[in-house]
Design a protein around this ligand. Structure first.
Ligand code: SAM
Length: 268
């Protein structure tokens, strides 16, 4: 049988479609999500419903955001799911998740995300952090490692700093390729992201933090004296208590926020 066809649907590579089919893994993910009607529940990329169905067994309503028209239509006519689903046939990267907010309820967002857009999608989702109770995502294991990495690690980068600015990052589960159809070429992992009600190191202007991390990690091999020379002199870096000869992966989140706040102050 063609391994790309699952439940009569031909997996579309451009939509990053790798469907979960391992019930043991699915149960573990659903337990970690802990679905509840006390929250507005949202799934990104429900696909053929591997997570959608067991989640709907536990709750009355689930919002789903699915880009593939055929899959959205399939869900809309699903005998058991159709009454519980609010289907948004849309691109999650452009979706305004504040549209789903109900009074007194935070969002719980989850999904087995298309790997080709997962990093970009993370950055989009961080914008909604204040409205979110928690998020559970299946990602490439390498992306989960990057999300969770601390300073000094090879995988520590802009994604680590920005994710850890907004959220506590908790790796939950590693998943091998055989749990999916078709099997991806890489290992996967589930991560839990818990947005802080107040960030541990608040930035006065998040755009400054975003810019500084982009500029610093954009030239990863250079010292910050070099990569940030258009923003700070060597003396200014020293005054801020930073080693100007440090490389971007050596700076902590707190130090990036110090830089961002110094830049924001100048703009005022
Ligand atoms: N949740 C299903 C599962 O676990 O078997 C499917 C997961 S599959 C890795 C990713 C899903 O995201 C697919 O259904 C795909 O069509 C959908 N998708 C891809 N790009 C998307 C986007 N930009 N916005 C919303 N959904 C998207």
């Amino acid at each position: 049988m063609n391994s790309k066809v699952h439940q009569g649907h031909k997996a579309r590579k451009r939509f990053g479609q790798n469907f979960l089919h391992d019930d043991y893994i699915i149960d573990q993910i659903v337990d970690a999500i802990y679905p509840s009607d006390d929250f507005t529940m949202v799934e990104i990329g429900p696909g053929l419903g591997a997570l959608t169905t067991p989640v709907c067994d536990r709750i009355a309503q689930l919002h789903v955001v699915e880009l593939d028209r055929d899959l959205a239509a399939r869900l809309a006519s699903h005998p058991f799911l159709q009454d519980k689903l609010v289907i948004h046939q849309a691109d999650a990267m452009k979706f305004d998740f504040t549209d789903l907010i109900e009074p007194g309820k935070k969002l719980k967002i989850f999904g087995n995300l298309p790997y080709n857009i997962s990093t970009q999608l993370m950055f989009h989702l961080f914008e909604f952090a204040p409205y979110v109770e928690d998020m559970h995502f299946m990602l490439q294991k390498e992306v989960v490692n990057r999300l969770a990495a601390g300073p000094g690690s090879k995988t520590y980068g802009r994604l680590s700093v920005m994710a850890q600015y907004y959220c506590q990052v908790v790796p939950v589960l590693e998943v091998g390729p055989e749990a999916f159809k078709p099997a991806p070429k890489v290992d996967s992992a589930v991560v839990k992201l818990l947005p802080y009600s107040t960030p541990p190191f608040p930035a006065d202007d998040i755009h400054c933090l975003s810019r500084i991390t982009a500029d610093a990690f954009g030239k990863r091999r250079k010292t910050i004296r070099n990569s940030l020379s258009h923003l700070f002199s060597q003396e200014q870096l020293t005054e801020l208590g930073l080693d100007h000869a440090a490389r971007p992966e050596q700076l902590s989140l707190e130090q990036y926020v110090i830089l961002a706040n110094a830049l924001a102050q100048r703009k005022e």
